[in-house]
Structures are given as structure tokens and as C-alpha cells.
Write a protein that binds this ligand. Structure first.
Ligand SMILES: [Ca+2]
Ligand SMILES: [Ca+2]
Length: 302
């Protein structure tokens, strides 16, 4: 597994007033902000204790990167008198996961086509290339046209789409769950193919690939529009295919461990695919207690 080098622009955890400190190791970060949880990625660091009163800074935690990193330490944010213990370090990428967004024109046959739920667009197993496999050849489905057009959704195709990296900053919402929520998920307004006369740049796809160690008890939930296909260990676990208003689906890894072929302690891939195919709304929310081991593979299959 390659670890992308850290980019300062990824640090967007503005909810944490005094943010973490840059670790001694170039790759390591330690978050010691009050009782704030550490990030969802590489959450293996030990927390430090706040020791400063008033507005001072507490002593940060120590992060240990599971693979390929070094220990980091620094000054985290304490709060009030005797800041509470810092929590887990956040590893190489904080709580950020990087995927790839592809912009399409409204002219693409699968965008602004038919509306409605459309389950079973893709096969139950991820393709050998790490992409969803269209299950209907040239037949089409109620909201898609054919395999050739679908295969453009999650691949760079000259003259059809334009792509760039997109980082999702997750935040802790308690209970060991990390969340990215955006009820106006329009990350490429005015970019790539542009807004095409709309208020926002609609009509795009997003994919994310990462790995995690299954430790038991994890859940993964998505709520939004339009299509979502999520795979764990290559098995389709969320199918929200179709062009619809915000819908909700979740997976309990323990409940499906047998059929997914996962066992506690094993390392597995999570592959996530989204499509925004119809104007007016773009909702996107992921809640998960999965602790990721990388920064998102740069949007390409791991
Ligand atoms: Ca577009
Ligand atoms: Ca939409």
C-alpha cells in the first residue's frame, strides 16, 4: 500500500479549535483536542493528557502509524483547566479520504434520462478491475442505457468526462462513528465541464477505495441521491441504484460477515461509487465506524 504524502490542504477540521500538531515524523499527526475523538483513519495512536489551564494548550497525544510511518508527538489543544486527555492519533491523512470525481455533461445518455429507483444495475461482485460490473449488457435498465455508457461512469474517458481528486473530510460524531455530510454536494461548481447553465455543476460521479482491518462491530451507512454502490471485500453491500431523492442504506459488518467472507483481524477493501444524475438535489452522507488504513488510494482501486 502506497501512502500519499501529506498535503496541508487536507487539514480542514475546523471544528477543533486548536488542531493537532504536526508530528515529528513527516507522515504522522497527533490529535489531542480535549475529548475530541481522533480521526477515522489509522486510529492507533495513544492519547496524551491536557495539562494546561485557562486558554493554554494541552499536551498532545502520540500517534503510531500502523504501516510505514513513525511516531509523532506535538501540542494538542487542551480546553479549560487541566485539559482532558487527548485521544487517538489520526495517522497519515487525518480523517480525510481522497477519491476521484468525474464530471459529465447533461448530454451523456445516462444523465437526465429516466427517473426512479433502479436496483440491480450492477452485478453482486465487483469487477476484477475494481469497478462495478454492469449487469444488463446492451439491454439497459429503467434508468440506464447500456454497458458501454455505464462503463464511462467510473473511468476517465477523453471527450466524455473530466476528472479530479476530491477529498472528503470526515468528522467524529461520537460513539466511534465518523461522518461526512453535505446536503449540497456540489464539489465542482464552475470547474471541469462547468455548470452548463445550471445553478450548480450537476451530473458527476465519485468513487472511493480504501482498506480497513475488520475488528468487529463496524457499520457503514449512506444517505443521499442518486445512485450508490458500495462493496466490502468485493461484495455489493449497498445498492441504491437509480435516480431518486435521498435514500438510506446501511450495512452491519458482523451480521453479514459470513456472506462477505470477512473475519475479525483480516484486512479488506471498501469500494464506494456514487452518481449525481439529476438536477435540483445532491445529498451525500456517509456515517461509519470503520477505521481506514489508508487515505483513499487516490480514487483508484487499491
Ligand atoms: Ca456536470
Ligand atoms: Ca440528484
Amino acid at each position: 500500500m502506497l501512502y500519499p504524502s501529506f498535503k496541508a490542504s487536507k487539514l480542514r477540521r475546523s471544528y477543533q479549535p486548536v488542531l493537532c500538531a504536526i508530528g515529528l515524523g513527516l507522515l504522522a499527526f497527533a490529535c489531542g483536542g480535549g475529548d475530541e475523538q481522533g480521526g477515522g483513519v489509522n486510529k492507533d495512536g495513544a492519547g496524551g493528557s491536557g495539562n494546561t489551564s485557562g486558554n493554554g494548550s494541552g499536551k498532545g497525544g502520540t500517534a503510531t502509524i500502523p504501516i510505514g510511518g513513525t511516531n509523532g508527538s506535538g501540542n494538542g489543544g487542551g480546553s479549560g483547566t487541566n485539559g482532558t486527555a487527548g485521544s487517538s492519533g489520526t495517522g497519515t491523512c487525518g480523517s480525510n479520504l481522497e477519491g476521484r470525481i468525474r464530471d459529465f455533461s447533461v448530454d451523456h445518455p445516462d444523465f437526465e434520462y429516466e427517473l426512479g429507483d433502479d436496483r440491480g444495475i450492477v452485478e453482486d461482485m465487483l469487477g476484477a478491475d475494481g469497478k462495478p460490473v454492469y449487469a444488463h449488457g446492451n439491454q439497459g435498465t429503467s434508468t440506464t442505457t447500456n454497458a458501454d455508457n455505464f462503463n464511462q461512469w467510473y473511468n476517465d474517458v477523453e471527450g466524455v468526462n473530466r476528472a479530479m481528486a476530491l477529498t472528503l473530510p470526515f468528522t467524529s460524531i461520537g460513539g466511534g462513528v465518523f461522518s461526512y455530510e453535505n446536503a449540497n454536494f456540489f464539489p465542482i461548481d464552475g470547474q471541469l465541464l462547468g455548470n452548463e447553465g445550471n445553478e450548480h455543476n450537476f451530473h458527476f460521479t465519485f468513487e472511493l477505495h480504501t482498506t480497513f482491518t475488520y475488528s468487529g462491530g463496524e457499520t457503514f451507512r449512506f444517505r443521499g441521491d442518486d445512485d450508490v454502490f458500495a462493496y466490502i471485500n468485493g461484495h455489493l453491500v449497498i445498492d441504491l441504484g437509480g435516480v431518486h431523492t435521498a435514500e438510506d442504506a446501511s450495512v452491519d459488518l458482523d451480521a453479514q460477515a459470513n456472506e462477505l467472507g470477512i473475519t475479525i483481524g483480516g484486512e479488506y477493501h471498501l469500494d464506494f461509487f456514487f452518481a449525481e444524475r439529476h438536477t435540483v438535489q445532491s445529498n451525500f452522507r456517509i456515517d461509519t465506524s470503520i477505521v481506514f488504513k489508508d487515505c483513499g488510494s487516490g480514487g483508484e482501486p487499491a
